[in-house]
Design a protein around this ligand. Structure first.
Ligand code: UD1
Length: 423
């Protein structure tokens, strides 16, 4: 089977304007939530990504009908008659677990394969299961599937969603989606506060759900009997935007990002400013410029509004070329350092010690053959390759295609030299 690779020739200096796509991680649970409102739901501007295509396939396998009209995607969820998330689809993507709450709430039963996704460490689903059990669901794990019954209908409950690592984004999405149709009042304590959860909550409210505390760690939901189909525009992708901020910084470039919400990116913006990168807010986006060197800094990934784990790898690429030493600490996923050996192949000076990576800034990165291992690690390799001297070959580009829409077209339009080749 042919596989795509990227051939990137550097160093480049980026200059120009990039339009940021809609958020993949907001879109996935919102797509699943359309199951709650039987009828024609229109999602505006879904990004054209393989994860979104897989989710569409999963929705269709449940009985939903999908149609694209004028770039908007209509999910007709009038009939959901196969409450079954097949291993063959769900193994491709962690977010397949997003159907658990909505299908259980709508159909009273669901079987979903244990999810797949990026190889970034052990990723259990205990918080999802525990939350639904507290709403009265009967759940067992059978032959690799989560088998859930609502036991005569889900009931409101007080649910503490904290886990060993803090809260869980997709577990919050699942419990919130299930609670909107449950009998009575649900309080979710220690809910994830990520903008993608806020977007889901706003979409559910537009469908007729009664939710208060949106954006805070305590969500209160008063169950309603039914929801109505919705037309909804997804928020911009903060992780794609953050990746382009890093690309501008590392190439000592200047970019204007359109459809970018800096209010979702304060932790990253604050870090970049401390690294000698100028970022100014403009209407519908921002301008970013780095005209001399990058300064070293330390960063620790944390749940929102802390520094996002999904930008850790891209920042490490930038810090590889900084003046001085930096320490990056990963607190969300225990093994999210697959990019470290690959960046080292490109002459970065990195030393991993448990959950920390110590970075001694180097003068110059050099092109090398490297392997994309997961979505954000792959984005870090693209960022590094833009600044590296010579040619970088990135294998297994399908990881990047899961989460970045036309990344080579967007970057080439502002001065990068990226070729996609099929081998
Ligand atoms: C989502 C994002 C992912 C991001 C992550 C953290 C999507 C599609 N993916 O993933 O890009 O990196 O949030 O911001 O939106 N955990 C448990 N038990 C559970 C669930 C999670 O222990 O039942 C742990 C995980 O192993 C991890 C931590 O909680 O250590 C956070 O994971 P979680 O927030 O659930 O990540 P996802 O929602 O899967």
């Amino acid at each position: 089977m042919a596989m795509d690779i990227f051939k990137i020739t550097g160093p480049a200096r980026l200059d120009g304007t990039i339009n940021v796509s809609s958020s993949k991680n907001a879109a996935l649970p919102i797509m699943a939530a359309t199951i709650l409102a039987g009828g024609k739901n229109t999602l505006i501007g879904l990004p054209n990504l393989s994860d979104i295509a897989v989710m569409g396939q999963l929705m269709e396998s449940l009985g939903c009908k999908k149609q694209v009209v004028d770039g908007n995607t209509i999910f007709d969820t009038s009939v959901i008659d196969k409450p079954f998330g097949d291993y063959e689809i769900v193994r491709k993507m962690r977010a397949g677990i997003c159907i658990l709450g909505p299908v259980l709430a709508r159909c009273g039963k669901v079987e979903v394969s244990m999810p797949g996704g990026c190889a970034i460490g052990y990723r259990p689903v205990d918080i999802h299961v525990r939350g639904l059990q507290e709403m009265g669901a009967k759940i067992e794990l059978k032959n690799g599937y989560i088998v859930a019954h609502s036991n005569g209908g889900l009931k409101g409950a007080n649910i503490f969603l904290g886990g060993a690592f803090g809260s869980s984004v997709l577990a919050t999405a699942n419990i919130l989606s299930a609670a909107v149709l449950a009998k009575g009042k649900t309080i979710i304590e220690y809910a994830a506060c990520e903008p993608e959860i806020t977007d889901l909550a706003n979409c559910l409210v537009k469908m007729g759900a009664k939710i208060t505390g949106i954006g805070s760690p305590q969500l209160t939901i008063h169950g309603v009997k039914e929801l109505k189909p919705v037309e909804y525009k997804i928020i911009p992708d903060r992780i794609e935007a953050g990746t382009f901020l890093c690309a501008a910084a590392i190439t000592r470039g200047k970019l204007k990002l359109k459809n970018c919400r800096l209010d979702h990116l304060w932790a990253a913006v604050n870090k970049l400013r401390s690294m000698n990168v100028r970022i100014d807010e403009i209407e519908d986006g921002c301008e970013v410029e780095c005209d001399s060197h990058i300064d070293a800094t330390d960063l620790t990934t944390l749940p929102y509004p802390g520094f996002p784990t999904d930008l850790q790898a891209q920042f490490m690429a930038c810090l590889s070329l900084a003046r001085g030493n930096s320490v990056v600490t990963e607190k969300i996923f225990e093994d999210r350092f697959m990019h470290v050996p690959e960046l080292t192949r490109m002459s970065a000076n990195l030393r991993k010690e448990g959950p920390h990576v110590i970075i001694s800034g180097v003068e110059k990165l050099t092109g090398a053959p490297v392997m994309a291992s997961d979505l954000r690690a792959s984005a870090a390799l693209v960022v590094a390759a833009l600044a590296a001297h010579g040619e970088t070959i990135i294998n297994r580009v399908y990881h990047i295609d899961r989460g970045y829409e036309k990344i080579e077209e967007k970057l080439n339009a502002v001065g990068a030299k990226i070729q996609r080749l099929s081998i």
